[in-house]
Design a protein. Structure first.
Length: 261
């Protein structure tokens, strides 16, 4: 695998490819986070607003602000009906355009492994959350094979095709994730494994949606037709896909903590 810059700029494509997964995992994450109502939230790396919408619908927040570097993603988020009332602002997770201690809860949903310096991202979360506030995150367990497209990645590796990785993929290991929070001086640290499933109408829908992934889709579409079909057949075999409905799985590692008073 290779670490590379993976950019998400198409909010509609992201919605089909990862937004659905984010909400499935995010619902479990929010139930576990169990924040009190009426809190001020910041959703860092909010993307197209998939997780932000969950916050609005499930947490009765007093305020929600979404931060993301992609204006294309933010435009989709601003048009998302279920996220109405949230504010979306362009910004960098390692240098948030927010005042100190201005929020009660900071969350990163499927984001921390995209932050080039995860501990700096955690430090920014701590800076903008007041004492006693909650910090939480969940990431696909990439080292443990938990990424929902792992079967595709495995087929690509076997064929000698480079697989792009987020810049901080190693942080998604549970031990590394927990240690990063310990090193940051956070309190009351807890972790949870989130296992999820997603239904597809069939293998073709799974395949078409998988090819929306930045980097991977372009790489596969550029393959000679023979190699493309061979890879596709390998993925179908790995999923044990027949002619009917297909269920795919993913596993995420989640963590939550409090900012010391």
């Amino acid at each position: 695998m290779t670490e590379t810059q993976i950019k998400f700029d198409d909010g509609a494509a992201y919605e089909k490819m990862m937004g659905v997964w984010s909400r499935i995992a995010g619902a479990i994450f929010l139930d576990w986070l169990a924040p009190a109502r009426g809190k001020r939230w910041v959703d860092i790396g909010c993307g197209n607003g998939a997780f932000t919408e969950l916050i609005m619908q499930r947490c009765t927040p007093a305020q929600v602000k979404g931060i993301d570097p992609s204006e294309g993603q933010l435009a989709f988020a601003r048009a998302r009906g279920g996220a109405r009332g949230a504010e979306f602002v362009q910004g960098d997770a390692m240098s948030l355009p927010l005042a100190d201690k201005s929020f009660d809860v900071a969350a990163m949903a499927l984001v921390l492994f995209f932050v080039p310096q995860p501990k700096r991202g955690i430090a920014e979360m701590m800076r903008v959350v007041g004492p006693g506030g909650i910090i939480g995150a969940y990431v696909w367990d990439i080292p443990g094979g938990g990424f929902p497209l792992e079967v595709l990645w495995a087929a690509m590796r076997a064929a000698g095709i480079p697989v792009p990785l987020p810049p901080s993929a190693s942080i998604s290991d549970m031990a590394a994730l927990k240690q990063s929070f310990v090193d940051s001086g956070l309190d009351a640290i807890e972790t949870k494994v989130i296992e999820v499933e997603r239904d597809f109408a069939g293998f073709e829908e799974f395949w078409d949606i998988a090819l929306l992934a930045p980097g991977i889709g372009a790489t596969i579409k550029a393959l000679p037709a023979k190699d493309h079909e061979a890879l596709k057949a390998k993925v179908r075999e790995g999923l044990k896909a027949g002619s009917g409905k297909l269920t795919a799985a993913g596993k995420a590692n989640a963590i939550k903590a409090r900012v010391r008073a």
